[in-house]
Design a protein around this ligand. Structure first.
Ligand code: ADP
Ligand code: ZN
Length: 358
């Protein structure tokens, strides 16, 4: 079992990475100053798999447990779903010390985190992520949000959890496509911050794809460490945290052009990282071999490199509307090698077009 401590300006918390961890959540929560009522937020896929184990662990630790189960999928990141959480919290008498626990993937984490940030102006929040994507990315860092009909993630808050418990054995039931999507974010950490870690991933590819818990635990632990370091230095995304957006500029465009149904987030990020690599190479920032190594690892993990049939122009039109734009220019995260990136606004449309046409 490993622990990663996240130290932020006004708050710190521990991420526990432990195979079988779901059955220890109650005991870990008892170390914190919490009330006796807890509310689990989960979805209809995860509930029958893990809610029983979590509930038993909470009950054994003396908590009274309430639960809200939402429909799986992005549609549950809504004010309507948040309202269902509030209704349950109010009717079960949850007070300011009662924790809200997210049991599920990024959707459930964002929804439960948003509810925890706003119910009674903020109650304790606990993350028990069950997708690889949520374990390495969304459960660390404190971004919570729901969607608005006019755009994704527009209503939310920075709100840090009090505890994160990551159980790599929960990934055994994760659909293959979701596992691979999480691996895209894992590869991202290697490219932006750690060349040795990137090399380790290539060596561990088979074990990751067959979900060996010990290998997953090590890899997840390293991703959490890297993210915790970056977030600790830049809690509210002013500069350093932008590095985490590597692959996300084109990635978001691919997701959006596909109507959020053709490519999932991790697949978009894989395509986006490849495009960012090609742009970097095109601008002479990195070597041809760096892009080749990235391509090989993405392919090895079963991830797409391109979105066939998507017109570069459609993607570029979307890029121009990206909300991370400042003063009309996009902050591009480009690679200068494996393990190193830089942020630049000086990327020409023709360099983007050329990369997207490949
Ligand atoms: P993400 O974490 O990728 O942002 P979601 O919260 O939408 O996204 O989760 C992806 C899908 O995987 C959802 O359908 C969810 O119900 C399902 N899911 C989450 N965790 C597990 C698990 N451990 N086993 C099986 N299915 C899971
Ligand atoms: Zn992402």
């Amino acid at each position: 079992m490993a622990e990663v401590r996240v130290n932020l300006e006004a708050h710190s918390y521990t991420i526990h990475i432990m195979p079988g961890g779901i059955s220890h959540v109650g005991a870990l929560m008892r170390r914190l100053p919490l009330g006796d009522k807890a509310l689990i937020v989960t979805d209809e896929n995860v509930c029958p798999l893990y809610a029983g184990t979590l509930t038993d662990s909470l009950t054994a630790a003396g908590f009274t447990v309430a639960m809200v189960t939402v429909k799986p999928g992005e549609g549950s990141k809504s004010l309507t779903a948040a309202n269902a959480v509030f209704t349950e919290a109010i009717s079960k008498g949850l007070d300011r010390k009662s924790p809200i626990i997210a049991l599920g993937g990024g959707v459930v984490g964002d929804l439960a985190g948003f509810a925890a940030a706003t119910y009674l102006r903020g109650v304790p929040f606990i993350q028990v992520p069950t997708t690889l994507l949520a374990q390495v990315d969304s459960s660390v860092g404190g971004k919570t949000a729901v969607n608005h009909e006019l755009g994704k993630n527009l209503i939310g808050a920075f709100y840090q959890p009090n505890l994160v418990v990551i159980d790599p054995t929960a990934l055994e039931t994760l659909p293959d496509r979701e596992l691979k999507a999480g691996l895209a974010e894992v590869i991202k950490y290697g490219v932006i911050a750690d060349q040795n870690f990137f090399a380790d991933l290539a060596a561990a590819a088979a074990a990751l794809l067959t979900r060996e818990p010990a290998v997953l635990a090590t890899v997840i632990g390293r991703c959490c460490e890297l993210k915790a370091e970056i977030v600790a230095q830049d809690e509210r995304e002013s500069s350093l945290r932008m590095l985490l957006n590597f692959g996300h500029t084109v990635g978001h465009a691919v997701e959006a052009v596909g109507g959020y149904s053709e490519y999932n987030h991790g697949e978009g990020v894989a395509i986006g990282m490849h495009a960012a690599g090609l742009i970097s190479k095109g601008m002479g920032l990195c070597k041809h071999e760096d892009v080749e190594i990235l391509q090989q690892l993405l392919s090895r993990m079963g991830l797409p490199l391109t979105a066939p049939g998507y017109s570069p122009q459609a993607l570029i039109s979307y890029l121009q509307r990206d909300k991370k734009m400042e003063s009309g220019k996009i902050n591009w995260v480009l690679m200068t090698g494996i393990g190193q990136v830089k942020i630049t606004r000086e990327v020409t449309d023709s360099a983007i077009k050329e990369a997207l046409a490949q």
